[in-house]
Design a protein around this ligand. Structure first.
Ligand code: RAT
Ligand code: ZN
Length: 423
C-alpha cells in the first residue's frame, strides 16, 4: 500500500507511532515569531557560538551560579562573557537547564563534537562559515520553510536597513512591532514628530490620523504579515489611556484595512532587575478579559495571542473557544521549556483541537532555531502520539495522510490560513 493510503487501527501501535514521529519530523515549519534577520541586516543577524552563549536566558542563569559583580560582567567583551558563561554553566556545573541543553543540541546537530567540550574548536568552526550559506544550513537542519522577523521602526539600527535598498528575502517575512508606540506614547510621539508625522501628546484627531499614516507606511515598507506588541500584565481594554486609544482608533482600523492580524503578547513585566539588562524582564498573570472585549467588539479583525504566565493558559484556551477571530500561538519565553510545552500542548489540543499554533521559536540567535524546534518537535510528536492512540483505542482509524495533514496544519498551515482569512 502506498505511504499515504496507509491507515492505523487498534492493532498497529508501532506503525502509528512511527507515522506520527515521521510526519512531525519531516514537516517544514513556518516559525511565526523570531528575532532573527535576513543576512542583509548585517550585524543585527546574530549567529555563532559566542552569541549562543551570551543569550539572555543564559546570562540570567550565569548570575545564579557565579558571584561575579554585574558591572564586572558587563565590562567584559562578548567573547570574554561567552567564556565565563561556558566555564560556569557548562564546565563547573552540568548544563541541565533548557537554555544550556539548547546550546548542546545546536552544536550536535551542526555536526560538532560535543564530547570534546572545546570552545576554541567550536569558535574556529563558526569562524569558517559564511553568513548566507550558514543560514541555508541552519534552516535545513532545523527543517524550516521560513521564519517571521520582529521588525521595529523605532530601532535606530534597523530603520536604516529598511530605508536603504533592502531586498526581501523569501525565507524571512516582515512584522511591524510597535512596543514603544503603545507602551511609551509619552516619548514615542516625539520620535514620530521627528520623522515628519504631525502628532501631539494629547492624541487629538489629527494625531490619530497621523499614527494611522505611520502604521500604514511601515506595514507597506515591511510587507508586514501582522502587527505585534508585548504588553504588561495590567493591560486593559477599554480604558482611557493612550495605549487603548491607539489600539482602538489606529491599530484596529489599519489592521482591518490591510486584513492583517494584531498579535498581542501579554504578561511581561519589564526590567524587574535592570542589572540583568535584556535578561531582567519577568512575568505576572494578566487580565485576559480585555481579549473578550476586543475579539467581541471587532469580529472582523484578527487577533493572535500568546500569554507569558502559566496560570493564564487555561483561560486563554477558553477565550479562544469563544472567538474564531483569535488564534492562540506559541509557548512564549519562560514557557518555552519542555515540561510546560507538553502540558500546554496537551491542554490546547484537548480544548481547541488542531486549530492552534503550538509553537514559535523566539530565536534571537539564528542557530537557536535548531534546538528550539528539535526540542519542541519531539514534544509535539509525543502529545500527538497519545492523542491518536486514544482515538485508535476507541476504534477510530487514522490514515497516514491525515497525520501529515495535521502536522502541516500545526507547524505552519494554521498560521497561513489565518493570515489569508477574510472575516
Ligand atoms: O524571548 C525573548 O527573547 C524575549 O526577550 C522577548 O524577545 C520576547 O519574546 C518579545 O518578543 O518581547
Ligand atoms: Zn519575542
Amino acid at each position: 500500500m502506498s505511504e499515504t493510503k496507509k491507515t492505523f487501527s487498534r492493532n498497529d501501535a508501532v506503525g502509528l507511532r512511527a507515522a506520527v514521529n515521521n510526519a512531525v519530523k519531516k514537516t517544514l515549519i513556518t516559525d511565526m515569531h523570531t528575532h532573527i534577520y535576513a543576512p542583509d541586516f548585517g550585524d543585527l543577524l546574530l549567529w555563532g557560538i559566542d552569541e549562543l552563549l551570551t543569550y539572555h536566558y543564559l546570562v540570567a542563569e550565569f548570575f545564579r551560579l557565579s558571584d561575579m559583580p554585574y558591572e564586572q560582567f558587563w565590562a567584559l567583551s562578548k567573547p570574554q562573557q561567552a567564556e565565563v558563561i561556558w566555564q560556569t554553566l557548562f564546565i563547573e556545573n552540568s548544563p541541565i537547564s533548557e537554555a544550556c541543553r539548547g546550546v548542546i543540541t545546536v552544536l550536535d546537530e551542526l555536526g560538532l563534537d560535543v564530547s570534546s567540550r572545546n570552545l576554541k574548536d567550536y569558535r574556529a568552526w563558526f569562524a569558517a562559515q559564511e553568513t548566507a550559506s550558514h543560514m541555508d544550513r541552519v534552516f535545513k537542519v532545523a527543517g524550516l520553510k521560513c521564519a517571521v522577523m520582529t521588525n521595529d521602526p523605532f530601532d535606530p539600527l534597523e530603520r536604516p536597513v529598511w530605508e536603504g535598498d533592502y531586498q526581501t528575502d523569501e525565507r524571512l517575512h516582515g512584522v511591524l512591532r510597535i512596543d514603544p508606540l503603545l507602551n511609551a506614547w509619552g516619548s514615542s510621539y516625539e520620535m514620530l514628530k521627528g520623522w515628519g508625522y504631525d502628532v501631539e501628546g494629547s492624541l487629538n484627531d489629527k494625531s490619530k490620523a497621523e499614527v494611522r499614516r505611520f502604521l500604514t507606511d511601515w506595514i507597506k515598507r515591511f510587507k508586514a504579515l501582522y502587527m505585534a506588541v508585548s504588553l504588561p500584565p495590567d493591560f486593559t481594554l477599554p480604558e482611557d489611556s493612550p495605549r487603548a486609544v491607539i489600539i482602538e482608533e489606529c491599530i484596529i482600523p489599519v489592521a482591518r484595512e490591510f486584513n492583517i492580524p494584531f498579535a498581542m503578547m501579554i504578561g511581561v513585566t519589564r526590567q524587574v532587575n535592570p542589572q540583568l539588562r535584556l535578561a531582567g524582564d519577568s512575568v505576572k498573570p494578566s487580565r485576559l478579559d480585555s481579549l473578550e472585549y476586543i475579539c467581541a467588539k471587532y469580529p472582523q479583525n484578527k487577533f493572535m495571542v500568546t500569554t507569558l504566565s502559566r496560570e493564564d493558559q487555561h483561560t486563554l484556551c477558553v477565550t479562544a473557544r469563544k472567538f474564531r477571530n483569535m488564534l492562540l500561538f506559541g509557548c512564549w519565553w519562560f514557557l518555552n521549556t519542555p515540561s510546560i510545552i507538553q502540558e500546554m500542548t496537551e491542554m490546547r489540543l484537548e480544548m481547541l483541537g488542531p486549530s492552534i499554533i503550538p509553537q514559535h521559536s523566539d530565536a534571537r540567535v539564528l542557530d537557536q532555531v535548531i534546538y528550539k524546534w528539535s526540542h519542541s518537535r519531539e514534544i509535539i510528536a509525543k502529545v500527538l502520539r497519545h492523542k491518536y492512540a486514544d482515538l485508535v483505542a476507541a476504534g477510530w482509524v487514522v490514515s497516514d495522510a491525515e497525520i501529515k495533514r495535521d502536522a502541516e496544519q500545526l507547524l505552519g498551515g494554521n498560521f497561513w490560513r489565518f493570515i489569508d482569512l477574510e472575516l
